[in-house]
Design a protein around this ligand. Sequence first.
Ligand code: ADP
Ligand code: MG
Length: 488
Amino acid sequence: MTAREDQLFEGRTGKWEVVIGLEVHAQVVSKSKLFSGAATEFGAEPNTQVSPVDAGFPGMLPVINQVCVEQAIRTGLGLNAQINMVSVFDRKNYFYADLPNGYQISQFTQPIVGKGTILLDLAHDETREVGITRLHLEQDAGKSLHDQHPTLSFIDLNRAGVALMEIVSEPDMRSAEEAGAYLKKLRSILRYLGTCDGNMEEGSMRCDCNVSVRRVGDPLGTRCEIKNVNSIRFVQQAIEYEARRQIEIIEDGGTIRQETRLYDSGRGITRSMRSKEEAHDYRYFPDPDLLPLVLDPVVVARIKASLPELPDPKRQRFVNAFKLSPYDAGVLVAEQAIADYFEQVATGRDPKLAANWVTGALFGALNRLGLGIEESPISAETLGGLLDLILDNTISSNTAKDVFADMVETGKDAATIVEEKGLRQVTDTGAIEAAIDAVIAAQADKVAEYRSGKDKLFGFFVGQVMKATGGKANPVLLNDLLRQKLAP
Ligand code: ADP
Ligand code: MG
């Protein structure tokens, strides 16, 4: 995969291409952990969701959680990936205080999901396909808390043993923009599938960014891995910074050392954490407490049959059925609840009008109120009611904006507000003509100016007549009649 010309970095000695591969740790939506029955709820009191298995007590045995396995299969299917009917759990050995067993149960050579693809939605309706290398199941570690006491560190094992899906991409991305698009699309798919809530602030989706640079046409350069970045914006900033850093080193005659780095979002820089560990450092071996995981084809087929319509096909359907631009369709399908809401408003009405109201007024109001679509003060049905009044000419689009604001404020439906406030637009030509005649009589000077060629005054007259009708004249009728009457 090659970069677009506008994605290349300009160095002192020429142009550079940045190459990015992402490893995402996505916490599996499941009530209990991967190998124990302890709960997984976020924000519980420290060490209240820990079973003897999670605490690494001697003699405890892990038991695989079928829900987590099914969620991994579901995710694999959603990523158009190969489902491996046999996979193996391995021990990845390392020492850390928040890892009581001294090893993490993960999958190494035989992951549950193999190669797949994901389609990025880029600017100007461009798309690009990025390869998924694999998805494997593994346990999360606990949390070390170093900021609770001046001299002590604390350990919270609530997270220890929670199921993660590690989703590894091919080194197929060529800019921070593409990395951002990848994470947004992946998060959207995971949420549609209901396999990960995608909440980066709560750490249920974390990203390691692998970044290297090369001159166009050269083989891949040496990568650095930036660990555990917890927002899409930070991922993008880290990539930009890291690419520049590597280019400068190489242009100064240096070489890139493969290492693990951290992104310091306060200072906007990456810094070295440790030299890169190799797989053999972890002494991986199959966990003797667990049999190979053999999937039942019937179960895989059942999960496949239960998949929802995912963002890509939904977007295509919105383009075809509703004649939306790919961009608008993309915005509307990013979240399933928004897509459902839009579809309810659009069906049987003017879809373009529906799209404009959902992405314009509705999103604006939700943003201002800090609400998600699920908590919208205006249901799809009530917004549809407002659109009906525009479409049957009861009110103008302008009046509709005021009615909408009232709906948000009062919770009343559009028809009620229009009746209560007497906002029905005047479509009676006689009434509009009378208003125009009155304005023309009162503004003789301006009429003369207009007739002698000052076209710009037309808007002034529209405003005057609108005012005279209390803003209720049908704007199309008003424009037509006014133009006729003002003609010399
Ligand atoms: P590790 O466990 O050592 O991090 P993985 O194979 O799990 O190795 O992940 C490697 C990640 O690095 C993948 O996302 C891959 O796409 C990416 N990657 C590999 N080579 C490069 C490179 N030269 N530049 C950027 N990213 C790379
Ligand atoms: Mg890695």
